[in-house]
Design a protein around this ligand. Structure first.
Ligand code: ITT
Length: 198
């Protein structure tokens, strides 16, 4: 019997990326958009791991279904690791991706290229109906560009230049981004773990 696996995220851009990364997994993948509306859990954790587990457990328990969720974000060294777990709301509650990017570019306006070090982090969590969990972490190192470039991807992609590349994530195809991205790395590891389990 093919088991159902819920993607516990209300971010449509993550849903799109997860469908691409998890394609071919022998589970029937569904998203929150396929189910009755439920309030989002409060992301009260201090770490990406805590928040990823909190989301996966919350949706698994609410829908009685195995669930994967991620907590992800950008850490900028010159800002002491900010925006970190607050990446979605860096420029304030309800802000847009471009509000966040503008605030970040302003904060780094005086910084030289070597000072613009940053990394994307993705913690991917799985929670089963029986309460068991598994969590993994994927990262990608890079730098913050001086301005936005590219239209692909989402979030901070137009300002993030991965190490070893001369363009931003938003200038890459989805396939190129997933090959090296934090989410690609974390969910490929989680996927391999799920495959040994099913
Ligand atoms: P859910 O909690 O419902 O999954 P969210 O958007 O609130 O959705 P997070 O709390 O994990 O998710 O915040 C992640 C934020 O980090 C996201 O909104 C982007 O601003 C940024 N981010 C994460 N992954 C990214 C990526 O691959 N490219 C660009 N920005 C990313």
């Amino acid at each position: 019997m093919v088991e159902k696996l819920l993607m516990g995220t209300s971010n449509r851009d993550k849903v799109r990326e997860l469908r691409e990364i998890l394609a071919g997994l022998p589970w029937e993948i569904c998203s929150l958009a396929d189910l009755a509306p439920v309030p989002e859990p409060e992301e009260a954790g201090a770490t990406f791991e805590e928040n990823a587990l909190l989301k996966a457990r919350y949706y698994a328990s609410h829908f009685s279904m195995a669930c994967v969720a991620d907590d992800s974000g950008l850490e900028v060294d010159a800002l002491g690791g900010a925006p970190g777990v607050r990446s979605a709301r860096y420029a304030g509650e309800g802000c847009s991706y471009s509000d966040n990017n503008e605030k970040l570019l302003d904060a780094l306006a005086e910084m030289s290229w070597p000072e613009r070090l940053a990394r994307f982090v993705c913690c991917a969590a799985f929670a089963a109906q029986d309460g068991s969990t598994h969590v993994v972490r994927g990262t990608v190192e890079g730098r913050i560009a001086a301005e936005s470039f590219g239209e692909n991807g989402f979030g901070y992609d137009p300002v993030f230049v991965p190490s070893g590349h001369e363009c931003t994530f938003a200038e890459m195809s989805a396939r190129e981004k997933h090959a090296i991205s934090h989410r690609g790395r974390a969910f490929r590891e989680l996927r391999a773990w799920l495959e040994t389990r099913s």
